[in-house]
Design a protein around this ligand. Structure first.
Ligand SMILES: [Zn+2]
Length: 232
């Protein structure tokens, strides 16, 4: 499939999905790559602490927000490669992170995945594992409830909606992993989805090291531990 994509790209000479300029073989033009890198957090592991440590490559705004929209809603799964690789490079450059992990993407409901054609969290995780060499358990978890979009809901509604939405996947039901799990998602907002995933894994005595995401939203966090962003 990847070979076919590359061949088609050669023939069709696609434009940059973010600015529509002609591309020279990359998934994004040089200018958009630069703008994307401006969204990178200076210290992605700043919140690697507490109950569910968080590693976030960038801030959900500007070009990164645009790139995620292009990936998810404008059918550009090829963007998962440069984005996933960026998370991996930042991970490799950050000191004192765990070295033995198994990566588990936040699952998407099969109906939704059929509509979109792919799960962006899984695609990103795949390219993250490509560079880091961590094993990927794409079906470590599964979505058993097709929930509505969470962003319009209050924290309480989110929690109710997500209850029993995620279950242990067939791979982990057969054999629980020996390494701690690194959960993987595209965007971290309130953390309610990852909290639900954490609860499911904990119930099965599976250790969770933390969560890695491409982008975290700025400002008020209505999650478990509200935190005012420190900006100096
Ligand atoms: Zn561009």
């Amino acid at each position: 499939m990847r070979l076919l994509d590359s061949l088609l790209n050669l023939v069709l000479r696609p434009n940059c999905p973010l600015c529509d300029r002609p591309l020279e073989g990359q998934e994004l033009c040089v200018a958009c790559q630069r703008r994307l890198d401006d969204c990178r957090q200076r210290h992605p592991r700043d919140q690697w602490r507490g109950d569910l440590p968080l590693f976030a490559w960038g801030t959900y705004s500007g070009s990164l927000k645009r790139a995620i929209a292009a990936l998810k809603y404008e059918n550009n799964p090829q963007l998962a490669r440069p984005l996933g690789h960026r998370i991996a490079e930042a991970w490799q450059q950050s000191p004192s992170l765990p070295q033995s992990l198994i990566v588990v993407p936040i699952p998407m409901h099969p109906d939704k995945q059929r509509q979109r054609g792919f799960n962006q969290a899984e695609r990103l995780a795949r390219y993250f594992c490509d560079l880091t060499g961590f094993p990927l358990a794409a079906k470590g978890l599964k979505r058993v409830k097709n929930t509505q979009a969470l962003f319009q809901l209050t924290p309480q509604q989110r929690q109710q909606t997500l209850q029993n939405a995620i279950a242990l996947g067939p791979a982990f039901q057969r054999r629980p992993p020996r390494q701690p799990v690194l959960l993987f998602d595209d965007i971290h907002t309130t953390g309610s989805t990852t909290q639900e995933a954490l609860a499911v894994l904990k119930q099965s005595q599976i250790a969770v090291a933390g969560v890695a995401v491409l982008a975290k939203t700025q400002g008020r966090s209505p999650g478990k531990t509200p935190r005012t962003p420190r900006r100096t």
